[in-house]
Design a protein around this ligand. Structure first.
Ligand SMILES: [Zn+2]
Length: 474
């Protein structure tokens, strides 16, 4: 996910890059064209919190209309048939109002406000601001409007539809983790010998399960979290007006479909990726990462860093910071006590997920760039071993020591540094495209493991039971 502080300037630089493109495009390439990609199929079987029999048909209609709406837009967001788009907006606003009548009070108020924006009764930006100010996110979240997905793919808001229902037990657990964030941070400080670490604002996170998505949100690859309203194409808001929409079932599915096959081929350690209790580790992992983005010490100031380092290297650094602080929070006694998982469970989760992120290409995005920095640091300093074929041998003790060492290095070079020179040196030594041992792992994934999916497709059907695969003719 994009760190908020980076949002505005980053967007401005991208806008100028986009403006220099030539003709409008309907289908821009997202993945490198010479690379191979596959799709794993995932069944969405969540239910709305109430009135499912009436709510689901409305969601299906809104999804279909949203697919049609996205089809009327160029990749730059230009509407290619105003008459058709206007009719769709009107119909979607109508369906949204019908939907609102079937929901709890808070969810209904949010859906009515979104319907009003679709119908042109309130500016999109004003609508998102009003939502942000109306308190905690609703139990049933609907997005029916512009969403931005990946940098270089969709940083212009393109029409999307998302319906997600809160996972109440997991939300309760997340709230408990947040309540003990200070203890977790104190344990990180002790681990890395730093002081003054704090998270100035606990970004609200709505823990949900995705019921259905359409339009740009259903494009590849899929997101499991949106940073709102920045990803709704609204920039420049203070962090207090932002929140994360997390779709837990998508995160779990990604791990099962993509992470496990990569890890089975490339990792050898005390716990296999397939044995990890991900139902208990992935939500805390992303919550740690999310807070990790916002960790500061009294000296932290990133003004001018993005220009000095470049967007992608700066983002890679920010994601690496979020990863290491986040990981160390998840293995604090305070958090392990709440989640009930072991330190080894969290190590195995992080180790396996590093591969998933790396696979996307460290030259393209912040998260894969961060995975490259982390894996390079761990390997070059002897905390993991990478053989000639790119296979990684790891153990719990060394992995934890390595992550703490990397957290210290990043705190010194970046979070608490007076300027960006230390970061530049760190990226030069461990970052893409430096030929570290991590390069062998990356090449193994791109060259030998091309059968592993790189994205997900969703289906919803009442005809096929979850255990019976749909037969696909050869
Ligand atoms: Zn992130």
């Amino acid at each position: 996910m994009a760190p908020s502080q980076a949002g505005k300037r980053e967007r401005e630089m991208e806008m100028s890059q986009l403006a220099s493109r030539n003709a409008p495009q309907l289908l821009p390439s997202f993945w490198p064209i010479d690379d191979q990609h596959g799709v794993g199929h995932v069944r969405l079987d969540g239910e709305p919190p109430a009135n499912a029999a009436e709510v689901m048909p409305l969601l299906l209609q809104l999804a279909a209309q949203s697919d049609a709406m996205r089809s009327l837009q160029s990749a730059e967001g230009e509407i290619l048939s105003e008459g058709a788009a206007s009719a769709l907006r009107g119909e979607m606003a109508e369906r949204m109002r019908e939907l609102a009548d079937l929901l709890d009070e808070d969810s209904a108020a949010a859906v009515r406000l979104r319907a009003k924006a679709l119908g042109g009764g309130i500016e999109h930006r004003e609508m998102t601001l009003e939502l942000a100010r109306s308190g905690p996110p609703p139990a049933f979240e609907i997005v029916c409007g512009p969403l931005c997905t990946w940098r270089m793919k969709t940083r212009i808001g393109l029409h999307s539809f998302v319906a997600a229902a809160r996972d109440e037990p997991q939300q309760g657990l997340l709230n408990e983790l947040d309540d003990s964030l200070e203890q977790a941070l104190a344990s990180v400080e002790a681990e890395i010998g730093a002081s003054g670490l704090r998270v100035p604002f606990k970004l609200p996170m709505n823990v949900t399960n995705l019921l259905i998505s359409a339009g740009e949100a259903a494009g590849h690859p899929k997101h499991f979290a949106y940073f709102m309203p920045e990803d709704e194409w609204v920039d420049g808001l203070p962090i207090e007006e932002q929140r994360t929409l997390y779709m837990r079932n998508v995160h779990l599915a990604r791990y099962t479909e993509i992470t496990i096959p990569l890890a089975e081929a490339l990792l050898s350690g005390p716990m296999r990726a397939a044995e990890v209790p991900i139902a208990n580790t992935l939500m805390p992992w992303i919550r740690g990462h999310d807070h990790g983005h916002n960790v500061v010490v009294p000296a932290t100031c990133y003004d001018s860093w993005m220009e000095a380092l470049g967007i992608e290297p700066f983002m890679a650094l920010q994601e690496a910071i979020a990863d290491v602080y986040g990981f160390l929070m998840t293995i604090s006694d305070a958090w392990l006590g709440i989640t009930g998982v072991s330190r080894l469970d969290m190590c195995a989760t992080h180790m396996a997920e590093l591969l998933h992120y790396l696979r996307r290409g460290p030259e393209y995005y912040g998260d894969p760039g961060a995975a490259y920095v982390e894996l390079s640091f761990l390997a070059e300093n002897g905390f993991v071993e990478i053989d000639k074929a790119g296979r990684i041998a790891w153990n719990e003790e060394d992995f934890c020591r390595g992550m703490a060492a990397l957290a210290s290095a990043l705190t010194e070079s970046t979070v608490g540094a007076p300027d960006e020179t230390g970061s530049e040196a760190l990226l030069q030594r461990y970052g893409w495209p430096t030929e570290t041992a991590a390069m062998r792992t990356f090449k193994a994934m791109r060259e030998r493991l091309t059968n592993v999916p790189t994205s997900l497709a969703f289906y919803r059907t009442s005809d096929v039971s979850a255990v019976n695969e749909v037969p696909v003719p050869a």
